[in-house]
Write a protein that binds this ligand. Structure first.
Ligand SMILES: [Mn+2]
Length: 338
């Protein structure tokens, strides 16, 4: 025990051998791999660890990852209350789980900036790190635990996804963790998971979306008559941000009586998280990072100009709202100059 760093000893002290630990995640490659790594780290320290995901596993990369690497995860809404004694959150913080009536978290490990203060027996929140998987890799390394091949593969994918292949918000620690993991990983599986990005069922949608694209300067906009599941909009936005010359891509539609907007950005002066917040946060849930953001607004909360969710008005309204925040600074400067 002597050479185990202090923070790990603190983490170990939060659990006891009789505990059933539940790790709750919003499923994405970083959170799933981090949850799995925490399970590995605490094996032997608790009676058992279960991983539970919120919502359904829809995105192909998550499906492929779970199937190919055989990650055991259960639906959170099927977990019986009282069937676990400790709760951990990875790749997220209590305020992001407000809606799900979770008991207070005992362990929180995350790399998102802390917005709402929280209390936990153990917390490690490091916003400078590109992926939670990096933090957990560090823990496993420090604990001298050999990382099994499938877990190493999952952690590689987690780091790659969150850092966009080590090109976005990547720290030295992410690079170190990745180069430590890669020789331990199954590269063929990694490729297989990464390659399967578009579901056959989405091809039709992609065709429809391409015909709806509107471009103005570096802004690509696409509104689809709904309903379209948000995860499909994500695939479209991820695809369209790759179009030559585009620095902001927004794909919008409706789903379950809500307007949904998915934003992707690139380039040094673009911050789509800011656009989402300033354009839509007053009306619904909106937020994200510089490069990836989303907004969801219930029809009932839309302004009259958006036509209550009617496609003919909603599409142009979303576009106008984004554009007014996209080019805001310029307009203000021009106005003041006169
Ligand atoms: Mn993450």
């Amino acid at each position: 025990m002597a050479r185990i760093p202090r923070h790990l000893r603190e983490l170990y002290r939060c659990v006891s051998p009789g505990d059933v630990l539940l790790v709750v995640v919003k499923p994405d490659p970083d959170s799933l791999s981090s949850a799995w790594a925490l399970k590995k780290l605490l094996a032997g320290k608790v009676q058992s660890t279960r991983i539970a995901h919120i919502g359904e596993i829809v995105r192909l990369e998550n499906k492929a990852m779970i199937q190919i690497l055989k990650i055991r995860t259960e639906r959170f809404d099927k977990v019986e209350k009282g069937s676990f004694s400790k709760l951990a959150l990875v790749d997220g913080q209590p305020d992001q789980f407000d809606r799900y009536a979770l008991p207070p978290a005992n362990i929180v490990i995350d790399h998102h900036p802390a917005v709402t203060p929280f209390e936990a027996d153990y917390s490690d929140v490091r916003p400078k790190i590109g992926a939670t998987a990096t933090i957990l890799t560090e823990y496993l390394y420090q604990a001298k635990i050999t990382i099994p091949r499938p877990l190493a593969t999952a952690l590689c994918f987690g780091i790659k996804t969150d850092t966009n292949g080590l090109t976005r918000s990547t720290s030295r620690k992410d690079v170190n963790a990745y180069s430590y993991l890669l020789p331990l990983a199954n590269v063929r599986h990694l490729r297989q998971i990464e390659d399967e990005r578009i579901a056959k069922s989405d091809l039709d949608l992609i065709g429809r979306a391409v015909s709806k694209i509107q471009m103005r300067r570096k802004f690509l906009y696409c509104f689809l008559d709904g309903p379209v599941p948000p995860d499909s909009l994500v695939i479209l936005a991820d695809t369209f941000i790759g179009v030559e010359g585009v620095s902001v891509a927004a794909v919008a539609s409706t789903y379950r009586s809500k307007a949904v907007v998915i934003l992707r950005g690139n380039g040094p002066r673009v911050d789509v998280g800011r656009i989402a917040r300033s354009g839509f946060a007053d009306l619904g849930s909106a937020g994200g990072h510089r490069v990836a953001a989303r907004a969801e607004i219930r029809f009932a909360d839309l302004p009259e100009t958006a036509g209550g969710g009617e496609a003919e008005k909603l599409g142009p309204w979303i576009k106008k709202t984004i554009q007014s925040h996209l080019f805001k600074r310029k307009t203000v400067c021009a106005g003041q100059g006169k």
